[in-house]
Design a protein around this ligand. Structure first.
Ligand code: ASP
Length: 435
Protein backbone atom coordinates (compact mmCIF):
# COMPACT_ATOMS: atom_id res chain seq x y z
CA UNK A 1 0.00 0.00 0.00
CA UNK A 2 1.32 3.39 -1.00
CA UNK A 3 0.50 6.84 0.34
CA UNK A 4 0.99 9.33 -2.48
CA UNK A 5 1.21 13.02 -1.65
CA UNK A 6 1.03 15.52 -4.51
CA UNK A 7 2.40 19.03 -4.11
CA UNK A 8 0.86 22.29 -5.31
CA UNK A 9 2.63 22.40 -8.68
CA UNK A 10 1.47 18.82 -9.37
CA UNK A 11 -2.14 19.99 -8.99
CA UNK A 12 -1.96 23.53 -10.34
CA UNK A 13 -4.32 23.04 -13.31
CA UNK A 14 -6.38 20.44 -15.19
CA UNK A 15 -3.38 19.18 -17.20
CA UNK A 16 -1.49 18.51 -13.97
CA UNK A 17 -4.54 16.74 -12.50
CA UNK A 18 -4.51 14.44 -15.54
CA UNK A 19 -0.86 13.57 -14.95
CA UNK A 20 -1.65 12.87 -11.32
CA UNK A 21 -4.49 10.54 -12.24
CA UNK A 22 -2.26 8.66 -14.71
CA UNK A 23 0.31 8.19 -11.96
CA UNK A 24 -2.27 6.96 -9.46
CA UNK A 25 -3.83 4.55 -11.92
CA UNK A 26 -0.43 3.16 -12.94
CA UNK A 27 -0.07 1.39 -9.57
CA UNK A 28 -3.04 -0.18 -7.83
CA UNK A 29 -1.19 0.24 -4.51
CA UNK A 30 -1.69 4.02 -4.64
CA UNK A 31 -4.88 4.07 -2.61
CA UNK A 32 -4.27 6.86 -0.09
CA UNK A 33 -3.86 10.23 -1.71
CA UNK A 34 -2.87 13.49 -0.01
CA UNK A 35 -3.16 16.64 -2.13
CA UNK A 36 -1.84 20.18 -1.60
CA UNK A 37 -3.72 23.27 -2.77
CA UNK A 38 -3.18 24.40 -6.38
CA UNK A 39 0.26 25.99 -6.67
CA UNK A 40 1.78 28.27 -9.28
CA UNK A 41 1.02 27.57 -12.93
CA UNK A 42 3.77 29.89 -14.14
CA UNK A 43 6.52 32.00 -12.63
CA UNK A 44 4.54 35.11 -11.62
CA UNK A 45 1.39 33.17 -10.69
CA UNK A 46 0.14 33.07 -7.09
CA UNK A 47 -0.52 29.99 -4.98
CA UNK A 48 -4.11 29.49 -3.86
CA UNK A 49 -2.89 29.31 -0.24
CA UNK A 50 -1.32 32.79 -0.57
CA UNK A 51 -4.60 34.13 -1.99
CA UNK A 52 -6.55 32.61 0.90
CA UNK A 53 -4.26 34.21 3.47
CA UNK A 54 -4.78 37.48 1.59
CA UNK A 55 -8.59 37.10 1.83
CA UNK A 56 -8.24 36.77 5.58
CA UNK A 57 -6.02 39.88 5.77
CA UNK A 58 -8.31 41.93 3.57
CA UNK A 59 -11.36 41.03 5.63
CA UNK A 60 -9.51 42.00 8.82
CA UNK A 61 -8.44 45.32 7.36
CA UNK A 62 -11.97 46.09 6.17
CA UNK A 63 -11.04 45.80 2.49
CA UNK A 64 -13.32 43.75 0.22
CA UNK A 65 -11.86 40.28 -0.20
CA UNK A 66 -14.28 39.54 -3.02
CA UNK A 67 -11.89 40.15 -5.98
CA UNK A 68 -9.27 37.85 -4.40
CA UNK A 69 -11.89 35.26 -3.53
CA UNK A 70 -13.20 35.34 -7.10
CA UNK A 71 -9.73 34.50 -8.36
CA UNK A 72 -9.59 31.51 -6.03
CA UNK A 73 -12.99 30.21 -7.11
CA UNK A 74 -11.97 30.63 -10.74
CA UNK A 75 -8.89 28.45 -10.21
CA UNK A 76 -11.09 25.55 -9.10
CA UNK A 77 -13.76 26.17 -11.73
CA UNK A 78 -11.07 26.11 -14.43
CA UNK A 79 -9.77 22.79 -13.17
CA UNK A 80 -13.27 21.29 -12.93
CA UNK A 81 -14.10 22.56 -16.42
CA UNK A 82 -10.84 21.24 -17.88
CA UNK A 83 -11.56 17.81 -16.41
CA UNK A 84 -15.22 17.92 -17.48
CA UNK A 85 -16.40 17.38 -13.92
CA UNK A 86 -20.04 18.10 -13.19
CA UNK A 87 -19.50 18.53 -9.45
CA UNK A 88 -21.16 21.68 -8.09
CA UNK A 89 -18.58 23.67 -6.14
CA UNK A 90 -20.88 26.65 -5.51
CA UNK A 91 -22.19 25.51 -2.09
CA UNK A 92 -18.59 25.11 -0.88
CA UNK A 93 -17.64 28.55 -2.17
CA UNK A 94 -20.71 30.09 -0.50
CA UNK A 95 -19.92 28.48 2.81
CA UNK A 96 -16.27 29.57 2.76
CA UNK A 97 -17.21 33.13 1.73
CA UNK A 98 -19.68 33.30 4.57
CA UNK A 99 -17.12 32.02 7.09
CA UNK A 100 -14.52 34.56 5.98
CA UNK A 101 -17.11 37.35 6.22
CA UNK A 102 -17.92 36.36 9.77
CA UNK A 103 -14.27 36.56 10.79
CA UNK A 104 -12.93 33.00 10.38
CA UNK A 105 -9.33 32.44 11.51
CA UNK A 106 -6.32 32.64 9.20
CA UNK A 107 -5.85 28.88 9.66
CA UNK A 108 -9.39 28.17 8.54
CA UNK A 109 -9.01 30.40 5.48
CA UNK A 110 -5.67 28.87 4.46
CA UNK A 111 -6.91 25.31 4.88
CA UNK A 112 -9.68 25.72 2.32
CA UNK A 113 -7.15 25.44 -0.52
CA UNK A 114 -6.43 21.81 0.30
CA UNK A 115 -10.04 21.14 1.28
CA UNK A 116 -11.42 22.20 -2.11
CA UNK A 117 -8.63 20.51 -4.03
CA UNK A 118 -9.27 17.28 -2.10
CA UNK A 119 -12.95 17.37 -3.03
CA UNK A 120 -12.10 17.94 -6.70
CA UNK A 121 -9.44 15.25 -6.80
CA UNK A 122 -11.65 12.67 -5.06
CA UNK A 123 -14.38 13.34 -7.59
CA UNK A 124 -11.97 13.08 -10.52
CA UNK A 125 -10.44 9.82 -9.28
CA UNK A 126 -13.73 8.42 -8.05
CA UNK A 127 -12.16 7.96 -4.59
CA UNK A 128 -13.80 8.72 -1.24
CA UNK A 129 -13.07 12.01 0.50
CA UNK A 130 -12.03 12.09 4.15
CA UNK A 131 -11.90 15.54 5.74
CA UNK A 132 -8.55 16.00 7.50
CA UNK A 133 -10.32 18.00 10.23
CA UNK A 134 -11.74 14.73 11.56
CA UNK A 135 -8.56 12.68 11.63
CA UNK A 136 -5.53 15.00 11.91
CA UNK A 137 -5.86 16.26 15.45
CA UNK A 138 -4.49 19.30 17.24
CA UNK A 139 -4.80 20.06 20.95
CA UNK A 140 -6.49 23.15 22.42
CA UNK A 141 -3.20 25.09 22.19
CA UNK A 142 -2.98 24.37 18.50
CA UNK A 143 -0.18 21.83 18.83
CA UNK A 144 -0.38 18.73 16.67
CA UNK A 145 -1.18 15.59 18.68
CA UNK A 146 0.63 12.71 16.93
CA UNK A 147 -0.51 9.84 19.15
CA UNK A 148 -4.18 10.72 19.29
CA UNK A 149 -4.12 11.31 15.54
CA UNK A 150 -2.53 7.94 14.91
CA UNK A 151 -5.22 6.10 16.85
CA UNK A 152 -8.14 7.97 15.28
CA UNK A 153 -6.69 7.95 11.76
CA UNK A 154 -5.72 4.28 11.80
CA UNK A 155 -9.27 3.38 12.78
CA UNK A 156 -10.85 5.69 10.22
CA UNK A 157 -8.70 4.40 7.36
CA UNK A 158 -10.11 0.90 7.85
CA UNK A 159 -13.40 2.21 6.44
CA UNK A 160 -11.90 3.18 3.11
CA UNK A 161 -10.40 1.34 0.17
CA UNK A 162 -9.40 4.37 -1.86
CA UNK A 163 -9.45 7.78 -0.28
CA UNK A 164 -8.30 11.36 -0.67
CA UNK A 165 -7.30 13.20 2.52
CA UNK A 166 -6.40 16.86 2.06
CA UNK A 167 -2.98 17.91 3.34
CA UNK A 168 -1.82 20.84 5.50
CA UNK A 169 -4.64 21.06 8.05
CA UNK A 170 -6.48 19.26 10.79
CA UNK A 171 -8.91 20.08 13.54
CA UNK A 172 -9.01 20.47 17.29
CA UNK A 173 -11.75 19.09 19.52
CA UNK A 174 -13.32 22.57 19.88
CA UNK A 175 -14.06 22.41 16.17
CA UNK A 176 -11.38 24.85 15.09
CA UNK A 177 -9.27 24.26 12.02
CA UNK A 178 -5.48 24.36 12.44
CA UNK A 179 -2.77 24.29 9.81
CA UNK A 180 0.82 23.11 9.89
CA UNK A 181 3.61 25.44 8.81
CA UNK A 182 3.85 26.31 5.11
CA UNK A 183 4.49 23.27 2.94
CA UNK A 184 2.77 21.20 5.62
CA UNK A 185 1.02 18.77 3.28
CA UNK A 186 4.29 16.84 3.35
CA UNK A 187 3.66 16.34 7.07
CA UNK A 188 0.11 15.11 6.50
CA UNK A 189 1.36 12.59 3.95
CA UNK A 190 3.88 11.19 6.41
CA UNK A 191 1.26 11.02 9.19
CA UNK A 192 -1.14 9.14 6.92
CA UNK A 193 1.63 6.74 5.86
CA UNK A 194 2.40 5.96 9.48
CA UNK A 195 -1.25 5.40 10.45
CA UNK A 196 -1.82 3.20 7.40
CA UNK A 197 1.44 1.32 7.98
CA UNK A 198 2.08 1.91 4.32
CA UNK A 199 4.86 0.13 2.45
CA UNK A 200 5.95 3.38 0.90
CA UNK A 201 5.36 7.12 1.20
CA UNK A 202 5.60 8.79 -2.20
CA UNK A 203 6.07 12.52 -2.28
CA UNK A 204 5.31 13.79 -5.79
CA UNK A 205 6.70 17.19 -6.63
CA UNK A 206 8.21 19.03 -9.61
CA UNK A 207 11.80 17.82 -9.31
CA UNK A 208 13.29 14.36 -9.79
CA UNK A 209 14.38 14.00 -6.18
CA UNK A 210 17.01 15.81 -4.18
CA UNK A 211 20.22 16.97 -5.74
CA UNK A 212 23.72 16.20 -4.48
CA UNK A 213 24.47 19.92 -4.30
CA UNK A 214 22.71 23.26 -4.59
CA UNK A 215 22.16 23.90 -8.33
CA UNK A 216 22.74 27.63 -7.74
CA UNK A 217 26.31 26.73 -6.82
CA UNK A 218 27.13 23.58 -8.78
CA UNK A 219 26.16 23.40 -12.44
CA UNK A 220 23.73 20.58 -13.11
CA UNK A 221 24.35 18.49 -9.97
CA UNK A 222 23.43 14.81 -10.01
CA UNK A 223 20.27 13.69 -8.26
CA UNK A 224 20.63 11.66 -5.07
CA UNK A 225 19.48 8.15 -5.92
CA UNK A 226 19.38 6.94 -2.35
CA UNK A 227 19.83 8.49 1.07
CA UNK A 228 19.02 7.46 4.62
CA UNK A 229 16.87 9.55 6.96
CA UNK A 230 19.93 10.07 9.11
CA UNK A 231 22.03 11.35 6.21
CA UNK A 232 19.19 13.62 5.19
CA UNK A 233 19.01 15.07 8.66
CA UNK A 234 22.72 15.93 8.49
CA UNK A 235 22.34 17.55 5.09
CA UNK A 236 19.34 19.51 6.33
CA UNK A 237 21.22 20.92 9.30
CA UNK A 238 23.98 21.98 6.93
CA UNK A 239 21.56 24.14 5.00
CA UNK A 240 20.30 21.84 2.24
CA UNK A 241 16.65 22.24 1.34
CA UNK A 242 15.43 18.70 1.76
CA UNK A 243 12.41 17.37 3.68
CA UNK A 244 11.68 19.09 6.96
CA UNK A 245 12.20 17.02 10.13
CA UNK A 246 8.45 17.13 10.93
CA UNK A 247 7.70 15.41 7.60
CA UNK A 248 10.29 12.77 8.23
CA UNK A 249 9.57 11.85 11.82
CA UNK A 250 6.30 9.86 11.39
CA UNK A 251 7.64 7.70 8.56
CA UNK A 252 11.08 7.28 10.02
CA UNK A 253 9.51 6.27 13.30
CA UNK A 254 7.37 3.68 11.52
CA UNK A 255 10.24 2.43 9.35
CA UNK A 256 8.56 3.47 6.10
CA UNK A 257 10.72 4.59 3.16
CA UNK A 258 9.97 7.85 1.37
CA UNK A 259 10.33 8.27 -2.37
CA UNK A 260 10.60 11.78 -3.83
CA UNK A 261 9.23 11.72 -7.40
CA UNK A 262 8.57 14.10 -10.24
CA UNK A 263 4.96 14.39 -11.48
CA UNK A 264 6.24 15.85 -14.75
CA UNK A 265 8.74 13.03 -15.29
CA UNK A 266 7.20 9.99 -13.62
CA UNK A 267 9.57 7.42 -15.15
CA UNK A 268 12.47 8.87 -13.16
CA UNK A 269 12.99 6.84 -9.95
CA UNK A 270 13.67 10.01 -7.92
CA UNK A 271 15.30 9.86 -4.50
CA UNK A 272 14.63 6.95 -2.18
CA UNK A 273 14.98 7.71 1.53
CA UNK A 274 15.30 4.70 3.79
CA UNK A 275 15.95 3.97 7.45
CA UNK A 276 19.06 1.90 6.85
CA UNK A 277 21.91 2.32 4.43
CA UNK A 278 21.94 0.36 1.20
CA UNK A 279 24.58 0.48 -1.50
CA UNK A 280 23.95 3.54 -3.62
CA UNK A 281 23.31 2.50 -7.21
CA UNK A 282 25.89 4.93 -8.51
CA UNK A 283 28.43 3.93 -5.82
CA UNK A 284 28.65 7.54 -4.70
CA UNK A 285 30.87 7.90 -1.62
CA UNK A 286 28.61 10.51 -0.18
CA UNK A 287 24.96 11.43 -0.53
CA UNK A 288 25.37 15.15 -0.87
CA UNK A 289 27.27 18.29 -0.02
CA UNK A 290 25.79 21.42 1.48
CA UNK A 291 27.08 24.65 2.93
CA UNK A 292 25.94 27.42 5.21
CA UNK A 293 27.44 30.83 5.94
CA UNK A 294 27.37 32.92 9.09
CA UNK A 295 29.49 30.99 11.56
CA UNK A 296 32.08 32.10 14.09
CA UNK A 297 34.77 30.00 15.68
CA UNK A 298 35.34 30.60 19.36
CA UNK A 299 38.77 29.35 20.34
CA UNK A 300 39.47 28.98 24.07
CA UNK A 301 42.88 27.91 25.20
CA UNK A 302 44.04 27.33 28.75
CA UNK A 303 47.04 29.43 29.79
CA UNK A 304 48.56 26.73 31.97
CA UNK A 305 48.11 23.37 30.24
CA UNK A 306 47.48 20.31 32.38
CA UNK A 307 46.14 16.81 31.79
CA UNK A 308 42.73 17.18 33.37
CA UNK A 309 39.48 17.52 31.39
CA UNK A 310 38.11 20.22 33.67
CA UNK A 311 38.77 23.07 31.25
CA UNK A 312 36.73 21.60 28.40
CA UNK A 313 34.04 20.59 30.86
CA UNK A 314 33.96 24.14 32.19
CA UNK A 315 33.65 25.58 28.68
CA UNK A 316 30.71 23.31 27.92
CA UNK A 317 29.01 24.12 31.19
CA UNK A 318 29.56 27.84 30.60
CA UNK A 319 27.98 27.56 27.14
CA UNK A 320 25.04 25.67 28.60
CA UNK A 321 24.50 28.11 31.47
CA UNK A 322 24.35 31.14 29.22
CA UNK A 323 22.33 29.42 26.48
CA UNK A 324 25.00 29.48 23.79
CA UNK A 325 24.30 26.65 21.33
CA UNK A 326 27.13 25.31 19.20
CA UNK A 327 27.21 23.36 15.98
CA UNK A 328 30.58 21.64 16.34
CA UNK A 329 33.17 21.16 19.02
CA UNK A 330 36.63 20.27 17.73
CA UNK A 331 38.61 20.16 20.99
CA UNK A 332 41.59 18.89 22.95
CA UNK A 333 42.36 18.68 26.66
CA UNK A 334 43.44 22.31 27.05
CA UNK A 335 41.71 23.86 24.10
CA UNK A 336 38.09 24.00 23.09
CA UNK A 337 36.75 25.41 19.83
CA UNK A 338 33.05 26.11 19.54
CA UNK A 339 31.56 26.72 16.16
CA UNK A 340 28.52 28.90 16.67
CA UNK A 341 26.15 30.90 14.52
CA UNK A 342 27.48 34.45 14.47
CA UNK A 343 24.06 36.00 14.99
CA UNK A 344 23.53 34.16 18.25
CA UNK A 345 27.12 34.72 19.37
CA UNK A 346 26.50 38.47 19.59
CA UNK A 347 23.59 37.96 21.97
CA UNK A 348 25.40 35.52 24.23
CA UNK A 349 29.08 36.45 24.19
CA UNK A 350 28.98 38.69 27.29
CA UNK A 351 27.17 36.04 29.30
CA UNK A 352 29.60 33.43 28.06
CA UNK A 353 32.65 35.52 29.00
CA UNK A 354 31.18 35.99 32.47
CA UNK A 355 30.70 32.24 32.77
CA UNK A 356 34.30 31.68 31.73
CA UNK A 357 35.54 34.13 34.38
CA UNK A 358 33.71 32.11 37.02
CA UNK A 359 35.84 29.11 36.08
CA UNK A 360 38.94 30.77 37.48
CA UNK A 361 41.14 29.12 34.89
CA UNK A 362 43.18 31.74 33.04
CA UNK A 363 42.71 31.31 29.31
CA UNK A 364 42.96 33.02 25.95
CA UNK A 365 39.84 33.65 23.94
CA UNK A 366 39.91 34.35 20.21
CA UNK A 367 36.98 34.73 17.85
CA UNK A 368 37.18 34.16 14.14
CA UNK A 369 34.18 35.38 12.15
CA UNK A 370 32.90 34.95 8.60
CA UNK A 371 33.25 31.21 8.40
CA UNK A 372 31.16 28.96 6.18
CA UNK A 373 30.48 25.35 7.13
CA UNK A 374 30.53 22.79 4.35
CA UNK A 375 29.35 19.28 5.09
CA UNK A 376 29.86 16.15 3.04
CA UNK A 377 27.31 13.61 4.16
CA UNK A 378 27.33 9.89 3.53
CA UNK A 379 28.10 6.52 5.02
CA UNK A 380 30.66 5.93 2.27
CA UNK A 381 32.95 8.58 3.75
CA UNK A 382 33.91 6.44 6.69
CA UNK A 383 34.90 3.56 4.45
CA UNK A 384 37.00 5.91 2.42
CA UNK A 385 39.84 7.00 4.66
CA UNK A 386 41.30 9.28 2.03
CA UNK A 387 38.41 11.70 2.11
CA UNK A 388 40.07 14.25 4.36
CA UNK A 389 43.34 14.17 2.42
CA UNK A 390 41.48 14.70 -0.78
CA UNK A 391 39.50 17.61 0.65
CA UNK A 392 42.68 19.27 1.90
CA UNK A 393 44.44 18.73 -1.37
CA UNK A 394 41.68 20.01 -3.58
CA UNK A 395 41.10 23.10 -1.45
CA UNK A 396 44.80 23.82 -1.26
CA UNK A 397 45.07 23.57 -5.03
CA UNK A 398 42.31 26.17 -5.25
CA UNK A 399 44.10 28.40 -2.75
CA UNK A 400 41.27 28.07 -0.18
CA UNK A 401 42.20 28.03 3.52
CA UNK A 402 40.78 25.25 5.66
CA UNK A 403 39.87 26.97 8.93
CA UNK A 404 38.78 23.78 10.66
CA UNK A 405 37.98 20.23 9.66
CA UNK A 406 36.07 17.53 11.50
CA UNK A 407 36.04 14.05 10.04
CA UNK A 408 33.72 11.20 10.73
CA UNK A 409 31.97 12.62 13.74
CA UNK A 410 29.12 10.12 14.03
CA UNK A 411 30.77 8.33 11.09
CA UNK A 412 28.41 10.02 8.73
CA UNK A 413 29.80 13.34 7.74
CA UNK A 414 32.91 15.39 7.26
CA UNK A 415 32.69 19.02 8.14
CA UNK A 416 34.99 21.68 6.69
CA UNK A 417 35.13 25.33 7.73
CA UNK A 418 36.30 27.74 5.04
CA UNK A 419 36.23 31.54 4.69
CA UNK A 420 32.70 32.65 3.85
CA UNK A 421 33.60 34.30 0.55
CA UNK A 422 35.14 31.03 -0.65
CA UNK A 423 32.19 28.77 0.18
CA UNK A 424 30.77 28.43 -3.33
CA UNK A 425 34.18 27.86 -4.87
CA UNK A 426 34.99 25.23 -2.24
CA UNK A 427 31.70 23.38 -2.76
CA UNK A 428 32.28 23.30 -6.50
CA UNK A 429 35.81 21.99 -6.02
CA UNK A 430 34.72 19.29 -3.55
CA UNK A 431 31.81 18.25 -5.72
CA UNK A 432 33.93 17.85 -8.83
CA UNK A 433 36.61 15.98 -6.91
CA UNK A 434 34.21 13.36 -5.55
CA UNK A 435 31.33 13.11 -8.00
N1 ASP B 1 -0.70 24.79 0.48
C1 ASP B 1 0.19 24.92 1.61
C2 ASP B 1 1.30 25.89 1.28
O1 ASP B 1 1.30 26.50 0.23
C3 ASP B 1 0.71 23.61 2.09
C4 ASP B 1 1.44 22.78 1.08
O2 ASP B 1 1.46 23.10 -0.10
O3 ASP B 1 2.03 21.77 1.46
O4 ASP B 1 2.16 26.10 2.10
Amino acid sequence: MIVAKFGGSSLANATQFQKVRDIILADSGRTLIVPSAPGKRYDKDEKVTDLLFRCHREQKEGISFEPTFERICQRYLDIAYGLQLTLNLQPHFDQIRQQITSGASADYCASRGEYLNGILLAEYLDFDFLDAAEVILFDEKGVFDPEKTNIVLEKALKNYKKVVIPGFYGGSHDGNIRVFSRGGSDITGAIVARAAQADLYENWTDVSGFLMADPRIVHNPKPISHITYHEMHELCSAGATVLHEDCVFPVRYAGIPTNIRNTNFPVHPGTMITCTAIQREDFAIFAGVAGKKGFSLLVLEKEAPDRSWSFVQGVLEGAKNCGLAFQYLPSGVNCACLLVETKQLYSYIDGFKAEMEKLEMPHFLAIQNEIAGIVLVGYGIVQNRETVNRIYEILQRQGIDVVVINQGCGELSTWVGVPEDKMEEAIRAIYSEFV
